[in-house]
Design a protein around this ligand. Structure first.
Ligand code: ZN
Length: 230
């Protein structure tokens, strides 16, 4: 019997695949309404930082094969969006080992689990870590709703965890499929909430990581507001 991983804090932020391919306009599978989702992801991270809440992130990490263009190792799109990285982080490469040091969360604020497939529970180490992780509440953000987020949430629920899904900090590519996925998560026991219910509102309006016209325009607006209020 392996001793469970203990957390001093009661809540943990589960960040699913917040990578450029999903979240910025130039990514190979950009979600709908990326500007708003990015704002909420940023807000959730700011909240986690202030409250000293630990983060477990998953990151899709694939070898280039068959002309596939999504989250390929070494490419820009595979990288995580800048503000989803904590300073004290530990990264696990995807391999078939299940080794996890017991004191990881006393030394790091963020564990990043690279995975070769959508479902983290198909990846041996991610499966073990998510299964053994003890927290009163798992708060989930990321992408994409109808894919990795659904697999992560349903897997956590199956393992008896209490899961809060921040629907406005989660991106979708197919809105209909995402709605179906959210309904399924709720039916299985997940609590659906908005980011402001947990993290409150903030002055962080823009994404700051995407170069598309929409994001740039709102960044300008934010700078103007900051200047006027200063
Ligand atoms: Zn953008």
């Amino acid at each position: 019997m392996i001793r469970p991983i203990k957390l001093r804090r009661k809540r943990v932020l589960i960040d699913v695949d917040t990578q450029k391919d999903f979240l910025v306009a130039s990514g190979s599978a950009c979600i709908k309404n990326h500007r708003r989702v990015l704002m909420n992801i940023r807000r959730a991270y700011a909240w986690a930082r202030i409250k000293h809440i630990r983060v477990v992130s998953t990151a899709l990490c694939k070898a280039s094969r068959n002309g596939d263009n999504l989250c390929i190792i070494g490419r820009e799109g595979q990288k995580k969006v800048s503000y989803t990285l904590r300073h004290k982080r530990f990264i696990f490469e995807a391999d078939n080992s299940t080794d996890i040091a017991r004191d990881l969360f006393t030394r790091f604020d963020q564990i990043i689990l690279n995975k070769r497939c959508e479902n983290p529970f198909d990846e041996p180490r991610a499966e073990r870590l998510l299964t053994e992780l003890k927290a009163d509440e798992f708060i989930v953000i990321g992408a994409i709703a109808e894919g990795a987020v659904a697999a992560t949430v349903l897997g956590l629920l199956q393992r008896g965890k209490r899961v809060v899904v921040l629907t406005d900090a989660i991106g979708a590519i197919d809105r209909h499929a995402a709605d179906v996925a959210f309904r399924k998560m709720k039916a299985k026991g997940a609590i659906l909430a908005e980011t402001k219910n947990i993290a409150g509102s903030t002055h962080l309006h823009t994404a700051g990581v995407c170069d598309c016209k929409l994001c740039k325009a709102s960044e300008k607006e934010e700078n103007l507001q900051t200047q006027t209020s200063a």
